[in-house]
Design a protein around this ligand. Structure first.
Ligand code: FE2
Ligand code: FE2
Length: 292
């Protein structure tokens, strides 16, 4: 199989199982070098895009298994879109370097693992994937994906970056409610997502012009109404971005960034959990054990 055939399969085959086909170790030689920008993925009835707004359960309601299941459904949807969009990038940017492309393939494989972890756990909470409307927030950014760099700025530095904060928040809150199994899942995903953001940072950093710093460059690659607010959670864990290879200025600027939507989340309920700024992690990412 050629890599582009595999990417087309992930994008256009309609069933959830199709999206979970793992990548090969070796690929047949490519002849086609044209950029293909697929506008919409193939999806069967059960996993169609929906414009219905579904609110993610409030943190204080995660004592209920059903709410934990709904929350994981929300996250699983992100994983599915990530699988499709990294496949999309393989087709859209045939000129990307081999190392970037290999990074995307590895990321796809890990997103597939994440999707399976969420689906298995939500089944235990009585929720089936596709039971709840699926938004297509990542797919809505297609017009911003002009280049490998802008794709990496939006997908990796922003969406996957924000996921570093959210995976920490939810690992802590699930643990607070005594659900260590789900908390562990969040930490496994957190650690993989550090690698994903790192891959994005590598792809993005190569193109920083001499007169720009990484923050200015990032700002130049994303366009309104998409703002850097999308690159962080309502709680920001700066250390996660440092672990992912972002420089100090970038991390500080991102921490300080506000737009008109900042502050809309009711942080009072978040504060109740006393989440703290220290990271939850497993040993393998513990690069500075003395500090934690
Ligand atoms: Fe993921
Ligand atoms: Fe990811």
């Amino acid at each position: 199989m050629k890599l582009t055939e595999y990417a087309k399969h992930l994008l256009l085959a309609p069933n959830l199982e199709d999206k979970l086909l793992p990548p090969n170790k070796h690929w047949d030689e490519e002849i086609e070098q044209n950029s293909i920008r697929i506008q919409k993925p193939g999806r069967n009835e059960r996993i169609q895009f929906s414009d219905k707004k579904v609110k993610i359960p409030r943190l204080e309601h995660l004592n209920l298994e059903s709410n934990r299941g709904l929350t994981l459904h929300h996250f699983a949807n992100h994983e599915l879109m990530a699988i499709e969009l990294f496949a999309w990038a393989i087709l859209a940017f045939p000129y990307a370097s081999k190392s970037i492309r290999n990074g995307w393939i590895k990321t796809i494989e890990e997103e597939q693992t994440h999707l399976k972890l969420y689906i298995e756990r939500m089944h235990q909470f009585g929720i089936q994937f596709g039971e709840i409307p699926l938004n297509y927030i990542f797919w809505k950014q297609l017009d911003q994906f002009h280049s490998v760099e802008s794709f990496s700025a939006v997908m990796s530095l922003s969406f996957e970056g924000a996921n570093l904060d959210y995976s920490q928040v939810y690992a802590k809150v699930f643990s607070y409610f005594g659900d260590e199994v789900t908390s562990e899942i969040m930490l496994t995903i957190f650690e993989d997502e550090i690698k994903h953001v790192k891959r994005g940072v590598r792809a993005f950093s190569k193109s920083i012009p001499a007169e720009h710093n990484s923050w200015d460059h990032y700002r130049s690659l994303i366009s309104f109404p998409f703002t850097p607010r999308r690159a962080k959670g309502y709680l920001f864990f700066p250390e996660t971005r440092t672990l992912a290879g972002l420089d100090e200025n970038f991390v500080n600027q991102l921490g300080d960034y506000e737009d008109e939507y900042t502050g809309r989340v009711n942080l009072e309920s978040v504060k109740k959990f006393g989440l703290g700024s220290e990271l939850m992690r497993k040993n393998r990412l513990d690069s500075h054990p003395s500090q934690f």
